[in-house]
Design a protein around this ligand. Structure first.
Ligand code: PLP
Length: 389
C-alpha cells in the first residue's frame, strides 16, 4: 500500500482556504451562491466558435494567445499616455489562470502580499500556493479602503491585489482611493494586481476608474480581466492579463507550464465578443440593476440584516447582527433550501456577513428573500441574547 501526502503547497492552501468546492445545487434549492451571469453567451460569440471549429481551428495556438486577439486587446487597453503592445498581453484560461500566473510569477517564499479584505477568496489561496505571506488589511466600515492601515501594511510589500468593482462587497473604489494608493507606493518596487473583472457592471451614477487611468499606478499595474462576467462566458474559460513586458514574460512562463495554449476556437470567439455592440452589455447591466433594486427592496426591513450599497458587480454583501458564525448561517439557510456564500470565505472581516448573487431570476430572488425573512425573524432566544451591539 502506498501512502500519499499532498505537497507542502497543497497543504498550505488546504490549511487556510475557505473556498468551497462548488458542486451542483440540491434539487428545489434556490441558489444565490454562484458568481456567474444567468444570461446566455451572445449568439454572435457562439457562432464564431462553431465557425472556427468548422474551419479547422482545432490546433495548438501561440502560447501567449493568438496574436490577432492580443493585438485587439492591446488596442482596447491603450489610452492617452499608455501604449500597450502584444508582448504586454497574456491570454489566459480565465482570469483564474491569469491571476495564478501573475502571482506565481511575482511572489516567492516570504514575500508579503497586501490584500484588502473582504475580497475575492482566490487571491490569498494563490499567495499560499506561491509560499508568500498574506497580509490582510480590513476595509473601513463603509467597505472602502482603510488608507492609513494600507499605508502601514504596504511598507516593504511585494504586491497588492484587489478587485474593483469589488467581489464580494459590491463597492466601487473611487478615483481618490486609487490616487492615494499610487502616492503611497510611488518610488517603491511594490507591484499591484488590479482585477477589473466587473468593470462593465457598474450602476450609474457611480463612476468607475480603472487603475490604468491613474498615472502613478499604471507602470506597476498587472491588469487582470476576463470575458466571463461582461459577456456571460464563464464556461468558456478565457481571460487575460496585461502589464510591464518583463512581468508578463514571467507570467507567460508559468501559464504555459501549467496550461499550454488556450483553446483556439475560444480565443476566436473571444475576439468576436470584443466586437460585440455595447447595447448587448448595456441590456444585461440594466437587467442586473432592476434585480439589484428588487433584492435590496426585499431585504429592507428583514430583522438583523444590513446590506451595503451595491455600486457595481451582481453581489449584495449583507451584514447580520447576530453572534452566529457565517458558516453556520449558511449551513442553516441551506437546510431551508437557500444557497448563499459565507462571509468568512472572503477574509476575517467577512465574518458576520453573507454574500448573495442577484444574477438570478426575480422569482428566485423573491423566494430567497422569503427564506431570509423567515430565518432571521425566528432567531432563537439564546442567539438573540447574543446580538452584537
Ligand atoms: C473578482 C474576480 N476575479 C476573477 C474571477 C475569475 O474569473 P474567470 O471565470 O475568468 O476565471 C472571478 C470569478 O468569480 C471574480 O469574481
Amino acid at each position: 500500500m502506498t501512502t500519499f501526502e499532498p505537497s507542502p503547497a497543497v497543504l498550505r492552501v488546504a490549511a487556510t482556504s475557505k473556498r468551497p468546492a462548488m458542486g451542483s445545487a440540491p434539487e428545489n434549492a434556490v441558489s444565490l451562491a454562484m458568481g456567474e451571469p444567468d444570461f446566455d453567451t451572445p449568439t454572435a460569440v457562439i457562432g464564431a466558435a462553431s465557425a472556427a471549429l468548422e474551419a479547422g481551428e482545432t490546433h495548438y495556438a501561440d502560447q501567449n494567445g493568438l496574436p490577432s486577439l492580443r493585438h485587439a486587446l492591446a488596442d482596447k487597453l491603450s489610452r492617452d499616455g499608455l501604449e500597450y503592445n502584444q508582448d504586454q498581453i497574456l491570454v489566459s484560461h480565465g482570469a483564474t489562470a491569469g491571476l495564478a500566473s501573475a502571482i506565481l510569477a511575482t511572489v516567492g517564499p516570504g514575500d508579503r502580499v497586501v490584500i484588502p479584505e473582504p475580497c475575492y477568496s482566490l487571491y490569498a489561496d494563490l499567495v499560499e500556493l506561491a509560499g508568500g505571506t498574506t497580509v490582510f488589511v480590513g476595509l473601513s466600515p463603509d467597505m472602502h479602503w482603510d488608507l492609513p492601515a494600507l499605508r502601514d501594511a504596504l511598507v516593504g510589500a511585494k504586491l497588492m491585489v484587489f478587485s474593483n468593482p469589488c467581489n464580494p462587497t459590491g463597492i466601487v473604489h473611487t478615483r481618490e482611493e486609487l490616487l492615494a494608493l499610487g502616492t503611497m507606493i510611488e518610488g517603491t518596487d511594490t507591484l499591484v494586481i488590479a482585477d477589473e473583472a466587473y468593470d462593465a457592471i457598474v450602476y450609474r451614477p457611480t463612476v468607475f476608474t480603472s487603475a490604468l487611468d491613474v498615472e502613478s499606478l499604471r507602470e506597476r499595474t498587472i491588469y487582470a480581466q476576463t470575458f466571463s462576467k461582461t459577456y456571460a462566458m464563464t464556461g468558456w474559460r478565457v481571460g487575460y492579463i496585461a502589464g510591464p513586458a518583463d512581468v508578463i514574460a514571467a507570467a507567460s512562463r508559468v501559464h504555459r507550464t501549467f496550461n499550454g495554449s488556450v483553446n483556439t476556437a475560444v480565443q476566436l470567439a473571444a475576439h468576436t465578443a470584443l466586437e460585440t455592440g455595447h447595447e448587448v452589455i448595456d441590456g444585461m447591466v440594466a437587467s442586473y440593476r432592476e434585480r439589484r433594486d428588487l433584492l435590496l427592496e426585499l431585504l429592507a426591513g428583514i430583522p438583523h440584516l444590513s446590506p451595503y450599497p451595491v455600486d457595481g458587480t451582481f453581489y449584495s454583501f449583507v451584514r447580520y447582527d447576530l453572534d452566529v458564525p457565517s458558516e453556520q448561517v449558511t449551513a442553516e439557510l441551506r437546510g431551508q433550501g437557500l444557497l448563499v456564500r459565507a462571509g468568512s470565505e472572503y477574509g476575517p472581516s467577512g465574518e458576520g456577513h453573507f454574500r448573495l448573487s442577484f444574477a438570478a431570476d426575480a422569482d428566485s430572488i423573491a423566494r430567497a428573500a422569503t427564506v431570509l425573512r423567515s430565518y432571521f425573524s425566528s432567531v432563537p432566544a439564546n442567539e438573540a441574547s447574543l446580538v452584537r451591539t
